[in-house]
Design a protein around this ligand. Structure first.
Ligand SMILES: [Zn+2]
Length: 129
């Protein structure tokens, strides 16, 4: 079952919640820490690249992903572009910027530092409920 990352409005923590694909977006989620119901789905493509090995289990048909060199931002950027075509999730607007920065040679760490909204920062008013 896939893990979805949420930010909890009530306890201000980032939590991981298991949901089936059928339940995702249908069954309301509850914060496992405080029981709060005001959760926001967090999406970080940088993190997905880092956990690439785990994700590859799900994407084992994507042979092209096998040649990622994590130490080469351009290689990561290419992989992210390929992955973006395979994920049927909506991509956050930051995605293109992250890929552009990777292609220009920035490391994921540098990008995260300069884009504090990445990685699930709960700041901002873009909760959609
Ligand atoms: Zn909570």
């Amino acid at each position: 079952m896939p893990t979805y990352e949420y930010g909890c409005y009530d306890c201000r923590k980032k939590v991981s919640i298991y949901q089936s694909y059928e339940d995702y977006g249908v069954v309301p989620v509850t914060c496992p820490r405080c029981g709060g119901k005001r959760l926001k789905r967090l999406i970080s493509r940088v993190r997905i690249v880092r956990s690439e090995e785990a994700r590859l289990d799900d994407l084992s048909d994507l042979d092209a992903l096998g040649d990622i060199d994590e130490n080469d931002p351009r290689s990561v950027a290419r992989a992210m572009r390929r992955m973006s075509q395979e994920f049927d999730e909506e991509l956050p607007p930051e995605f293109d910027e992250v890929v552009d920065r990777l292609e220009s040679g920035q490391s994921p760490e540098e990008i995260e530092q300069s884009m504090p909204d990445l990685g699930g920062d709960l700041g901002g008013d873009d909760f959609d409920f």
